[in-house]
Write a protein that binds this ligand. Structure first.
Ligand code: ATP
Ligand code: MG
Ligand code: MG
Length: 350
C-alpha cells in the first residue's frame, strides 16, 4: 500500500493515521514537537522543525501524498514539499484559511455572508474599524488563532487600546459581533474526481472559546440544513478542494453567516466516528488517495463532548456508561484547556 505523509501529529493526525491503517495505508507524521499523539499509532514519525530542509526532503521522499492536520504550516515548508509530492488539499485552501482577512474576502467574493470586517494594524486603523463596524465587536489576530486564542472583545470604544495590546503587535481583523441563535458546522468532502459528500450539520456549543459539545441533528429547519450543505459545496468547488473541510456557521434570522473554514478534519466532526459508517477521518483518507468517497449518511443521533483538562476525571464513569464511545488521545500531561479526548454518546438511532 501507499504511504501518506501527515503534517502535524496532534489528535487529528492520530485519528487520521488510525483511519489510514484501516484502509491498508502506512502513515509518516512530521511534527516539530517530541512525542506527538499521532506517533503512538503511525509507522514513522519525524520530529524536526518546519525549517529543516533535509528532514523535509527525506519525509517527502518517503511518502506518496501529503496532507495536514494543522493549517499553519509555513509557506516555505509547503513550497519545498509541494515540489516533491502532491499536497491535498492544495495551497489554495491553505492560503485562504491561514489568514482571516483573505478567508473573509474569499467567502464574500463567493457571495456568502460573513460578519462585517475590517483589517487592523495599529491604533489608527482600529479606530477607523470601530467607527465603521460599531460595537460590540471582536478583534482577532489574522493568523494562528485557535480555541478562541488571539481574540479580544470590544464592547465599547474605550476597550480598543486594551484589545489592541492583546494582539501583541500582530496584524488583526475587527469583526462585528454576530447575534446568532445557534452555531452549526458542516463537515464536507470533495474527492479527486470532484464528487462531493456532506455530513449532516452539527450544532456546536462553545465554552471559553473552546468547542465543548456537538449535537446531531442540529436544530435547523429543512431549508437551513440545505443552505448549510450547499454553501459548503460551493466552497469545496471554488477551491477545487480535495479532502475534508469544516465550515463553521452562525445561524441568524437573516440567514447563515460563515464564521470560518478549516481545511482539514474538524473537532465538530468527531461524532461521525460513531454516527456514520464512513467517518470524517476515513473520508479524508479516501479523498486524498483518490478512492471513492463514502456516503456520509448518518445512522444515529449523537452528542459529542470534548474531554478538556480535568474532564479526564470522568473517564472511569464514562467507561461504565451505556451507549458511550470513548476516544482518548494518549496525551501524557493534562493541562487546563487542553483537549485530552472526547466521547460520542448515541442518543437515538437515526
Ligand atoms: P477554532 O478553535 O474554532 O479554530 P478560533 O480561535 O479560530 O476557534 P473563532 O471560531 O473565530 O475562533 O471564534 C470562537 C468562537 O467565538 C466562535 O465559535 C463563536 O462562538 C465566537 N465568535 C467568534 N467570532 C464571532 C463573531 N463575529 N460574532 C459572535 N461570536 C463570535
Ligand atoms: Mg479557527
Ligand atoms: Mg472556530
Amino acid at each position: 500500500g501507499a504511504t501518506i505523509g501527515i503534517l502535524g501529529g496532534g489528535q487529528l493526525g492520530r485519528m487520521l493515521s488510525v483511519a489510514a491503517a484501516r484502509l491498508g495505508y502506512r502513515c509518516h507524521v512530521y511534527d516539530p514537537g517530541t512525542n506527538p499523539p499521532a506517533g503512538d499509532v503511525c509507522a514513522q514519525v519525524t520530529s524536526a522543525p518546519w525549517e529543516d530542509e533535509a528532514a523535509l526532503r527525506a519525509f517527502a521522499a518517503s511518502v506518496d501524498v501529503i496532507t495536514f492536520e494543522f493549517e499553519n504550516v509555513p509557506t516555505a515548508t509547503l513550497d519545498l514539499l509541494e515540489a516533491a509530492r502532491p499536497i491535498r488539499p492544495d495551497r489554495r485552501a491553505l492560503a485562504v484559511s491561514q489568514d482571516r482577512l483573505t478567508e473573509k474576502q474569499f467567502l464574500r467574493d463567493l457571495g456568502l455572508t460573513t460578519a462585517p470586517f475590517a483589517p487592523v494594524s495599529d491604533a489608527d486603523t482600529l479606530e477607523q474599524a470601530v467607527a465603521q463596524i460599531g460595537t460590540p465587536a471582536i478583534l482577532k489576530t489574522r493568523r494562528m488563532g485557535y480555541d478562541g486564542k488571539g481574540q479580544a472583545r470590544i464592547m465599547a470604544a474605550e476597550d480598543a487600546p486594551a484589545a489592541l495590546a492583546a494582539m501583541a503587535g500582530a496584524d488583526a481583523i475587527l469583526e462585528g459581533f454576530v447575534n446568532f441563535s445557534l452555531e452549526v458546522s458542516v463537515i464536507a468532502a470533495r474527492g479527486l474526481d470532484g464528487r462531493v459528500a456532506a455530513y449532516d450539520p452539527g450544532e456546536n456549543l462553545h465554552e471559553d472559546g473552546i468547542l465543548r459539545q456537538t449535537t446531531v441533528p442540529a436544530r435547523l429547519t429543512g431549508s437551513q440544513r440545505a443552505d448549510a450543505v450547499l454553501l459548503a459545496g460551493r466552497i469545496l468547488n471554488a477551491l477545487e478542494y480535495v479532502g475534508v473541510l469544516g465550515v463553521e456557521l452562525f445561524v441568524t434570522p437573516q440567514g447563515l453567516v460563515v464564521n470560518e473554514i478549516a481545511p482539514r478534519v474538524h473537532n465538530s466532526g468527531h461524532w461521525t466516528q460513531n454516527g456514520c459508517v464512513v467517518d470524517q477521518f476515513e473520508q479524508h483518507i479516501r479523498a486524498i488517495t483518490g478512492l471513492p468517497l463514502g456516503d456520509g449518511g448518518r445512522h444515529a443521533d449523537v452528542i459529542m463532548e470534548n474531554l478538556i483538562g480535568n474532564d479526564m476525571d470522568r473517564v472511569p464513569e464514562l467507561l461504565g456508561a451505556r451507549d458511550v464511545a470513548l476516544h482518548l488521545y494518549g496525551k501524557p500531561e493534562r493541562r487546563e484547556g487542553r483537549k485530552m479526548g472526547h466521547v460520542n454518546r448515541i442518543v437515538a438511532q437515526g
